[in-house]
Design a protein around this ligand. Structure first.
Ligand SMILES: [Zn+2]
Length: 249
């Protein structure tokens, strides 16, 4: 089943709380997924709001995904890793309280390391986070997003590599980011197909057996494509929207 929803509270929604956002998603937009964003700093939900969101989502069959604060670095120094773990665990608790399926994170930066060493650190720290989720009995999955800037860890291959090493981690495709990272690489139908074929090769796909959920985030508007606006066929906008799908692996 493919679910469609938007990231954050739609601008057309008058109320500006997540509670308003989820009601609007269902009643006015008639969509069945939402990404709740804890992206700028740590958004705190009151117990009352969290309970409402959880109940409303389950009664109306809306799938929730939560995006963790943007600035995280699982390949940083001790201080950055401690800060990242704190933000992830706080967001994870809140995401779990509202019945979210995933907690989406941006993995980190290469910094002074080469890509291989960076991957090693991110894999090691992802394993730690997954085991903390288990220890705290959180039902959410850690989800890792493809990143748009080449100097940041998170090409499609790198994300798949982490997911292959830590099977509990789910790949999140941000197509706008993949497009930007490849300097406008998604132009034709075949370019999309190549992405899904790659995932299929790693066992992510709708036709394989079901043992693990994977989630996809597709930003359909290109917000970052640097110089190829003339040739880029994705609509350019400062707003991004996404389609979430549940797949099986
Ligand atoms: Zn993101």
């Amino acid at each position: 089943m493919i679910r469609i929803g938007q990231a954050g509270i739609p601008l057309s929604c008058k109320g500006r709380t997540n509670k308003d956002g989820i009601v609007y998603t269902h009643k006015s937009l008639d969509l069945n997924a939402i990404e709740i964003q804890f992206v700028r700093g740590l958004y705190v939900l009151s117990d009352e709001e969290a309970l409402f969101i959880k109940d409303y989502a389950s009664k109306n069959d809306i799938e929730i995904h939560v995006h963790a604060p943007y600035y995280l670095n699982l390949a940083g120094d001790h201080e950055e890793i401690t800060m990242s773990f704190e933000k992830i665990m706080k967001s994870a608790q809140m995401a779990n309280n509202i019945g979210s399926k995933t907690l989406i994170i941006h993995p980190g930066f290469y910094g002074e390391y080469n890509p291989k060493k960076t991957a090693k650190l991110i894999i090691k720290n992802s394993k730690k986070i997954v085991s903390l989720f288990k220890k705290e009995k959180l039902k959410i999955k850690l989800a890792m997003e493809t990143m748009g800037k080449q100097k940041v860890f998170g090409s499609l291959d790198e994300i798949v590599d982490v997911c292959t090493h830590v099977k509990e981690v789910i790949p999140v495709l941000d197509l706008g980011h993949i497009h930007a990272r490849g300097n406008g690489s998604i132009q034709e139908r075949e370019d999309y197909e190549a992405i899904f074929e790659k995932l299929d090769h790693y066992g992510y796909g709708t036709t394989s057996c079901i043992s693990q959920e994977s989630s996809m985030r597709m930003v359909m508007n290109c917000t970052m494509c640097p110089s190829k606006k003339e040739t880029c066929r994705l609509p350019h906008s400062s707003k991004s929207s996404w389609i979430g799908t549940s797949m099986s692996r």
